[in-house]
Design a protein around this ligand. Structure first.
Ligand SMILES: *[C@@H]1O[C@H](CO)[C@@H](O)[C@H](O)[C@H]1NC(C)=O
Ligand SMILES: *[C@@H]1O[C@H](CO)[C@@H](O)[C@H](O)[C@H]1NC(C)=O
Ligand SMILES: [Cu+2]
Length: 202
């Protein structure tokens, strides 16, 4: 019985290892034709994972940046989802590389989620991303649904996430979707292995 509970503890630890923090940076990449982006803009997330939005500053010393992130709907590009998450505007001064706060959004289902920046025309100019894209709800379908440049619509209230102090202030390179997944699997295997070892050791 004692070893059985140890095994259950190991499983619980494996569960913890499964909740990943997925960092997504709102930034301007001036070397690209559409320089405003979220990087990465396509991610896979499991229930319990956290989307951690970072807000990059230009670091140029000239102009600041002022992005946001809001949950959208696939049917109406650059418009908010009812009761969706919204960070509010994160103005970053010209000399900073990142805002000193990050916005953390818990993933509650594996249904496709779209998010966008509500600032001016950033969304229609490419500043959006998709979590768990599937079927007709993908990054490509969202991109296709944007036909004209116009101002995005912002939600009226901030919420659906937690604004916390930024522990990792750096600009991240765009990631390949799913890269976080392999780490999670190997950690889980270690914990399951540990659980089996405890069972065998009794
Ligand atoms: C950031 O953008 C919002 C929306 O356009 C605006 O209301 C706010 O004043 C801006 N903040 C700064 C510091 O420029
Ligand atoms: C911009 O941020 C940096 C780092 O936090 C700070 O040292 C500087 O005073 C800020 N500049 C302005 C104009 O707020
Ligand atoms: Cu923006």
């Amino acid at each position: 019985m004692f070893c059985r509970s140890l095994f259950l503890v190991a499983i619980a630890l494996a569960d913890l290892a499964f909740s990943a923090t997925i960092e997504i940076v709102a930034q301007a990449a001036y070397d690209k034709p559409e320089p405003l982006e979220f990087a990465p803009n396509e991610v896979t997330a499991a229930v319990g994972d956290v989307l951690e939005f970072h807000f990059a500053g230009p670091g140029t010393g000239v102009l600041g940046s002022n992005h946001s992130v809001a949950q959208g709907v696939f049917e109406n590009p650059c418009n908010p989802a009812p009761n969706g998450f919204f960070s509010g505007y994160m103005a970053v001064n010209a000399t900073s590389t990142e805002a000193n706060m990050v916005f953390r959004v818990p993933v509650k289902s594996t249904d496709p989620i779209v998010f966008y920046c509500t600032q001016g025309q950033h969304c229609t100019r490419g500043m959006y991303g998709v979590v768990n894209g599937a079927g007709d709800k993908t990054l490509q379908s969202y991109r296709r649904s944007i036909t004209v440049n116009r101002n995005a619509v912002a939600p009226t209230t901030i919420g659906g996430g937690e604004m916390v102090s930024n522990e990792i202030s750096r600009i991240l390179p765009a990631e390949t979707p799913g890269a976080a997944g392999s780490t999670k699997v190997s950690l889980a295997l270690i914990f399951v292995g540990l659980g089996l070892a405890l069972l065998i050791a009794q």
